[in-house]
Ligand binder design. Structure first.
Ligand code: SF4
Length: 189
């Protein structure tokens, strides 16, 4: 199987240990604001589907957060559809695949949006702070910032992976779900 599976009870722990920065950011913002705009719901929602969160758990997960903001009823009316839609259960019943880095990097998040690639879309100060929170510091941090500055976003992400996992990642990161599965391979072999 391509991706490791996760269950709802482990989600905070694996988000902390194995999500790439783009998904950690969305995850934290969702927990903080109990809401994400459309672009964020798509980017994180499809990623979570890719890491093996099943539809039933996904509905519980999104509803628990959104209910705190908009209420359970409005979630059922306005948002549950999108979750099911991502799993191919509504509309054209397309089974949507998680976004790769290129698509995320070339997205254009607006004000109040939290999707996108932090290596491209964060200010340098915010990127430094976010990496610091992930436990990256010193020379490694400077190298990552330098790569991001030179617009080598996926390389910056690969260096982050290597710094956090204290190992090399020769294949490089070109997909958030690859970041996740490579991380899980190391942490839960
Ligand atoms: Fe996410 Fe890819 Fe950017 Fe890494 S390089 S933060 S996986 S979009």
């Amino acid at each position: 199987k391509e991706f490791t599976e996760i269950s709802l009870k482990d989600i905070d722990q694996v988000a902390h240990s194995s999500f790439p920065l783009c998904m950690r950011h969305l995850f934290e913002k969702l927990r903080e604001n109990h809401h994400l705009k459309h672009g964020g719901r798509m980017q994180l929602g499809l990623f979570l589907k890719g890491v093996g969160l099943n539809l039933e758990d996904a509905l519980v997960f999104w509803k628990a957060e959104f209910s705190k903001k908009v209420g359970a009823e409005r979630f059922d009316k306005e948002y549950a559809y999108t979750v099911r839609h991502n799993y191919g259960k509504e509309g054209k019943r397309t089974d949507y695949t998680p976004y790769g880095c290129q698509k995320i990097i070339s997205s254009t998040p607006g004000v109040g949006d939290h999707h996108g690639c932090p290596y491209r879309h964060f200010s340098e100060d915010n990127l430094r702070a976010a990496l610091g929170k992930m436990g990256v510091s010193g020379r490694a941090l400077d190298d990552i910032i330098e790569k991001a500055r030179k617009q080598h976003y996926q390389l910056a992400c690969t260096l982050t992976f290597e710094a956090i996992h204290a190992t090399s990642c020769d294949s490089g990161i070109n997909h958030p779900n690859l970041y996740f599965s490579e991380s899980q391979k190391i942490l839960q072999p």
